[in-house]
Design a protein around this ligand. Structure first.
Ligand code: ATP
Length: 215
């Protein structure tokens, strides 16, 4: 079973395994060795075995992994058998892009509500998602049982909005603002700093050329 002791790096690889197993299952493949899996997902087989070991013995020596039972296991672990509604706070340029994107390649997660303070946009529907006033946030999140939000407000208000989110009981925040927000330890934050990622890429390319031997 999944416990909070699973390393972050392992948790981040689970969707990669899941997607590939899905592909194998659709292609009618019934089993896969850890070496084959390693080649396909570009994660070394020792890491795969260690990742899987956190969930108990999922493979059999000399047989490899049974694709469908592994897939069923990951589906449950990753909550892929249910739809998760998330909300987006701050419908600016980036917010708009994410609403438009709306995770179409996944059947299991979607943005079902957006919030803003700008009266020009509240009460409208953007990319099929209703935009509510921040004043209606608590009510809408409760009605729609939303526990996860995507934060795309300006950095200057990111902490203030985070405090409001914490007050209404949000459990997870995907933070697209460059600000490192402070939350109580009952709330989980995942930071996505696009500028930082791009600068890191530029740094590595400048320093090591197109092959980074250190990764
Ligand atoms: P970006 O590209 O970062 O989205 P932008 O220039 O389009 O930038 P920002 O000024 O970053 O817009 O604001 C993003 C959105 O956040 C705007 O639609 C703005 O109205 C909204 N916003 C600002 N303050 C708040 C707040 N306190 N609560 C909710 N939404 C807010």
């Amino acid at each position: 079973m999944v416990t909070s002791k699973i390393p972050h790096a392992t948790a981040k690889r689970l969707p990669i395994y899941y997607r590939y197993l899905h592909f194998l299952s659709d292609a009618g493949k019934q089993r896969i060795s850890s070496t084959e899996l390693a080649d396909a997902v570009k994660v070394d087989s020792a890491t795969i075995r260690r990742d899987f070991s956190y969930f108990g013995a999922l493979g059999k020596r000399g047989y490899g992994y049974d694709v469908d039972s592994l897939l069923a296991f990951f589906k449950k672990t990753l909550n892929q058998d249910q739809l998760t509604n998330v909300a987006l706070i701050g419908v600016g340029n980036l917010g708009h892009a994410l609403l438009n994107y709306n995770f179409h390649q996944s059947n299991n997660v979607r943005i079902s509500a957006a919030f803003d303070i700008n009266q020009d946009i509240t009460g409208t529907i953007q990319s099929s998602v209703p935009v509510y006033d921040m004043a209606d946030m608590k009510e809408q999140l409760t009605v729609q049982q939303i526990e996860i939000v995507i934060l795309t407000v300006p950095s200057s208000v990111a902490q203030k909005v985070t405090n409001e989110l914490v007050d209404v009981g949000i459990k997870g925040i995907l933070n697209f603002t460059p600000l490192r927000i402070t939350v109580p330890n009952t709330v989980r934050v995942q930071n996505v700093d696009l500028t930082n990622e791009l600068q890191t890429l530029i740094y590595f390319l400048n320093k090591f050329g197109d092959k980074d031997e250190t990764l």
